[in-house]
Design a protein around this ligand. Structure first.
Ligand SMILES: [Zn+2]
Length: 302
């Protein structure tokens, strides 16, 4: 599943080709993409608008569209936002003018006035597109779903401490919850916890101040390393230009069960935490001690 670095990689590759361009036509081939809105309704709303910005929030890609070319009465008063989530297997590919490229599992096509086509493919069809009218609607949409943006300046050690305070959830589950920190998924949670030397089962509220500071830095470093490698190619993820990311060759622990830890050479093990396969070096990331259940009715022996 694409996480923040994969979505950011797509955004960076596409932005120079789409920003400033007219969206001449949007074709939604799979009504499930925009349900419950009707494809024709979404297509008509955005057709002929200018792409002023391709943004990202968490794992969402945001097409910002404004009117300046259609008849004045047909232009929207406020910018429209087409908010894409790739989910499990969604991907955006770019086809240059004249390129007959027709990938399988094509769900949505964006035709730009440059002749470029942006193709949304999605074998498993969980990807979604939501049309929001105006910045307030966009902000409300994200406020209901997403927490702090980890590569923005407001993701400070203090902010992480405030989010973690009093919570008993395992730190891995905490990192995966998008409403606390946006964009971190299974890969980057494992990598960040290893870098911070924190066991994924540690209750997040039990982490001490230096550990939370280390975790904050580790989340940022892991995401940035992923972006530097242009994302991880896992399952079906590809760049818009068809190239593959390389971060999977740089995983420290993720998907490396049975291999030696890069720090101490002990064997990396796979656990199940928060319903997800989780990779850990249990020497570098010591397992939390189990708190013994309170004894009932007196002595329990040593
Ligand atoms: Zn180790």
């Amino acid at each position: 599943m694409p996480e923040l670095p994969e979505v950011e990689t797509i955004r960076r590759a596409l932005a120079p080709r789409v920003e400033g361009r007219l969206l001449e036509r949007l074709e939604i081939l799979d009504p499930r993409f925009c349900a419950p809105a009707a494809p024709a309704e979404v297509e008509a709303a955005v057709c002929g608008l200018r792409v002023t910005r391709l943004a990202r929030r968490g794992k969402y890609l945001v097409w910002e569209l404004t009117g300046d070319t259609r008849p004045a009465e047909a232009n929207p008063a406020e910018p429209l936002f087409l908010v894409l989530h790739l989910r499990m297997t969604g991907n955006l590919l770019l086809a240059a003018p004249g390129d007959p490229f027709a990938p399988p599992h094509l769900r949505v096509r964006f035709d730009l006035d440059s002749g470029d086509r942006v193709l949304f493919t999605d074998p498993r069809r969980f990807g979604t597109g939501v049309l929001l009218r105006g910045a307030d609607a966009r902000d409300a949409y994200f406020a209901a779903r997403l927490g702090v943006e980890p590569l923005e300046p407001d993701f400070t050690p203090e902010a992480l401490r405030a989010l973690a305070a009093g919570r008993r959830a395992p730190v891995k589950a905490f990192l995966l919850s998008q409403e606390r920190i946006a964009g971190v998924g299974n890969i980057y949670a494992d990598e960040a916890l290893f870098r911070a030397r924190i066991h994924p089962l540690r209750p997040v509220g039990s982490l001490r101040r230096p550990q939370l500071a280390a975790l904050r830095d580790a989340v940022v470093e892991s995401l940035e390393a992923g972006i530097d490698a242009r994302g991880a190619t896992i399952d079906d993820f590809r760049h818009p230009d068809g190239a593959r990311g390389s971060f999977q060759y740089r995983f420290l622990v993720h998907r490396r069960a049975g291999e030696p830890c890069p720090e101490c050479a002990r064997e990396i093990v796979k656990l199940r935490v928060a319903q997800r396969g989780t990779y850990v070096c249990e020497r570098c990331q010591p397992r939390p001690r189990l708190r013994r259940a309170p004894a009932r009715g007196g002595a329990t022996g040593a």
